[in-house]
Design a binder for this molecule. Structure first.
Ligand code: PMP
Length: 427
């Protein structure tokens, strides 16, 4: 029999060769920004190498700095009790959990931390994971799926957006802290979806403001949604004792379905946690990829976080000092006519400049005066909200705060004196 003639296939287009990493669009923009900064003699404000524990002060290149770039809100990083707890765990368990807790098993320090966090929120249970970012991503991706909907604040952290994208659920953002905008969205779209999750933060890390928790609880109850609060920056900061957004707003923590937080701020460690119902935690421990397929927390880091949480509860005067420092910074900044946006004057105070070049220049000038503070520039924020962002700690002194605001306002006045900034910097 005649052999079948193979059908003539259309010629395939030539393969595109693998491209160089330098051609990635984000990389090109970065390089362009850096070259522009080099041209006008501005140092790189990012990735500075600290040779000391970075809290209210630090050392960079052997020089002392007043530091406003660490989340060490209550000055607990390096505290003798925190270090001792980490060292004891280190001596017994070494540095690593060496595999996922599912297979390598628990260490007592994991369970102690989770019990302490569950007790803090009055929840049935808690699970701690190796990274705050990964905690949001994996929790949201495990809980939600196509057909569901996630409503989140427009300024929500990247990890929530990434988790929402990964989940395949519909993602809808509402204007920052705007209960009316969320209610309109819920009214118009909630019925189209099976499960709904609302995600907000406790203290917003760019603006230093906080939501009206009671209002969000009311909406989630009326529209049949779960409410998740990422209180990464609220723990140790919000409420008279620093217990978090619920204390600040006078709302029972049990009215929030999912409490999320990180261990990298007030708790001077590294990792994230979810506190809530036993079924939620059990579900995540069996299904969330970032927990099941990732190593358990390093035992010394778990012990450090537990010790820091204990100190936070025992020494509320740290919270009071932090809050006084934030209020002082805000008052001094306003007195000098600086734009601090919607900041409540707690742990985060931005000074909004509306110009990335101005923000980088000001950061550079302050650095030369012994003050370390980072600019937040486009594309991290829209150009009109480019800013310097100050993180307060309980350990800053009132003098350091007053001197910083004076230096900042004086340098800004000087920069604002006539002519284009680029021309003056190039001169
Ligand atoms: N949530 C919020 C609100 C954050 O600001 C951050 C990071 N600063 C994270 C989650 C991620 O936490 P971590 O840095 O501990 O991974």
């Amino acid at each position: 029999p005649a052999r079948p003639v193979p059908a003539r296939s259309a010629p395939k287009p030539a393969l595109v060769p693998a491209q160089s990493f330098e051609s990635l669009p984000g990389y090109k923009e970065l390089k362009l920004q850096r070259s522009a900064a080099d041209l006008i003699g501005l140092g790189n404000p990012f990735f500075r190498v600290h040779d000391a524990r970075a809290g209210a002060t630090s050392r960079i290149d052997g020089q002392p700095f007043v530091n406003f770039s660490s989340y060490d809100y209550l000055g607990l990083n390096g505290h003798p009790e925190v270090n001792a707890a980490a060292q004891a765990a280190l001596a017994t368990f070494g540095t690593s959990s060496s595999a996922s807790r599912v297979v390598a098993g628990e260490r007592p320090g994991h369970l102690a931390l989770e019990r302490a966090l569950a007790a803090h929120y009055g929840t049935e249970s808690c699970v701690a994971m190796v990274s705050g970012h990964a905690t949001n991503v994996t929790t949201i991706a495990a809980l939600m799926e196509p057909g569901d909907v996630i409503y989140h604040d427009a300024l929500i952290h990247n990890s929530v957006v990434t988790g929402a994208q990964l989940s395949g659920a519909q993602r809808r953002s509402f204007a920052h802290n705007d209960l009316g905008a969320l209610e309109s969205l819920l009214h118009a779209t909630r019925h189209e979806h099976r499960r709904a999750l609302i995600v907000i933060e406790g203290l917003y890390s760019m603006d230093g403001d906080a939501p009206d928790l009671a209002g969000f609880v009311d909406l989630k109850e009326r529209y049949g949604a779960w409410l998740m609060v990422d209180d990464a920056h609220g723990l140790g900061v919000l409420g008279r004792n620093g217990h978090g957004l619920h204390e600040q707003c006078g709302v029972e923590p049990g009215r929030v379905d999912i409490w999320m937080g990180t261990l990298s701020k007030t708790l001077s460690s590294c990792g994230g946690y979810i506190a809530g119902a036993a079924a939620l935690v059990e579900f995540l421990k069996c299904t969330a990829g970032g927990f099941v397929y990732s190593v358990g927390m390093s035992p010394p880091l778990a012990a450090a976080a537990t010790a820091a949480l204990d100190l936070m509860h025992r020494e509320p005067e740290r919270v009071a000092r932090l809050r006084r420092n934030g209020a002082l910074f805000l008052a001094c900044a306003r007195e000098r006519g600086l734009d601090t946006g919607t900041s409540l004057g707690l742990a985060v105070v931005p000074v909004i400049l509306g110009d990335s070049l101005k923000a980088v220049t000001l950061s550079d000038r302050l650095f030369k005066r012994g003050i370390n503070v980072q600019p937040i520039i486009h594309p991290a924020v829209p150009e009109r909200s480019a800013r310097l962002r100050f993180f307060m700690t309980s350990e800053h002194t009132p003098e350091q705060i007053r001197e910083t605001v004076t230096a900042l306002a004086d340098e800004l006045d000087e920069l604002n004196q006539g002519g284009s900034l680029v021309e003056r910097l190039m001169a």
